[in-house]
Design a protein around this ligand. Structure first.
Ligand code: UFG
Length: 323
């Protein structure tokens, strides 16, 4: 698990939840250069993991080959969850050829038809999407060139919510780009109003529809993927496979705001706006390829846990001065 890729949101948000699940449940060890992540988040993850949290973190930069060699020599890994780049060469030379890569539903671009399946045509509509497509392609190439590699590409839909403890959650730097971090900052009084990007789409109430998944369910999806890769009793032949990670339920911006208001007891003022190039609807087809994951949480729990985190940590891992 490491941290040299370009998506700041995943570094600061999705990753701690996945790492917390991996450290506590399968005794994972984290490598991160802390370049653009928070040492406080690491500390909290270790606390959440109790006994297993001890000795579960190494500050390693993936570009430091000898440090990475040392890391892989000290600990025998069965598999790696990949949040970054620059991995495969060192992994293979240490005999670890099981990989879970965190991709994104953004690889479907603006899907012409929803719900999406893993077969929906791929399209990059922004640089972030292009990097995900490109790394997916590299993974397929790695498997083609050495079929001993077993790789699962997880395409996330929209992760929201936070760890139910309220210890780790979403903490974007600067003005949040995404819906729920913006909503949470309005709720704690850091921003006056949410700009709703579009109310004239052909959706249930005119606002954009997405497939929101609780970040804890998303983390469970990673553990399920690792288990699938490592299951000695499995007869399934795993090559380089794709799984969508979402719930199959579409929720509009206004539905999300209403659910958050209910969970928090706070009024979220809204104003109208538009974000160029926004997709109208994006959600997955339930019962697609389906990793063994039946999401535990719905919108209510997502908003409950997002608010629990935000109210306990109105300035995320920082302080009013650092924001
Ligand atoms: N929205 C607003 N106001 C805001 C922010 C968002 O109305 O301030 C609306 C958007 O128009 C959209 C919905 O809320 O209808 C969700 O928007 P997000 O920005 O939270 O999520 P997106 O689905 O647009 O994009 C995100 C990431 C992508 C990723 C994708 C799928 O930004 O990088 O989820 O995982 F690819």
């Amino acid at each position: 698990m490491s941290n040299n890729s370009g998506d700041r949101r995943s570094r600061l948000y999705r990753k701690p939840h996945c790492v917390a699940a991996a450290v506590r449940r399968i005794h994972g060890v984290v490598a991160d250069n802390l370049d653009n992540s928070s040492a406080v988040a690491i500390k909290r993850v270790q606390e959440l993991a109790g006994e297993f949290g001890k000795n579960s973190f190494r500050q390693v930069d993936l570009r430091d080959r000898s440090a990475l060699e040392k890391f892989f020599s000290e600990i025998k890994f069965d598999a790696v969850i990949h949040f970054a780049g620059l991995k495969a060469v060192v992994m293979a030379s240490h005999g670890c050829k099981n990989l879970v890569f965190s991709s994104s539903a953004t690889v479907y671009g603006w899907p012409k038809e929803v719900p999406c399946t893993e077969e929906t045509p791929l399209a990059a509509v922004n640089p972030y999407g292009r990097t995900k497509l490109f790394i997916e392609e590299i993974c397929r190439g790695v498997h083609r060139s050495d079929p001993e590699w077993k790789i699962i590409l997880l395409r996330y839909f929209n992760p929201v919510g936070a760890h139910p403890s309220g210890h780790i959650g979403e903490d974007p730097r600067g003005i949040p780009n995404n819906l729920m971090p913006f909503v949470q900052q309005v709720a704690v009084g850091r921003r006056p109003a949410l700009t709703v990007f579009g109310n004239d789409y052909s959706t249930k109430d005119g606002t954009g529809v997405r497939d929101y998944i609780h970040v804890v369910d998303l983390a469970d999806g990673h553990i399920a993927a690792l288990r699938k890769l490592s299951d000695p009793n499995s007869t399934a032949v795993i090559g380089c496979e794709v799984y969508n990670l979402g719930t199959g339920k579409g929720t509009s911006v206004l539905e999300m705001v209403t659910a958050f208001e209910k969970a928090s007891g706070k009024k979220i003022p809204i104003v109208a706006g538009r974000r160029p190039g926004d997709a109208e609807s994006c959600m997955l087809q339930k019962g697609g390829a389906g990793i063994e994951l039946e999401g535990k949480y719905g919108i209510e729990e997502m908003c409950r846990d997002q608010w629990n985190w935000a109210s306990k940590n109105p300035y995320g891992y920082g302080s009013p001065e650092s924001n």
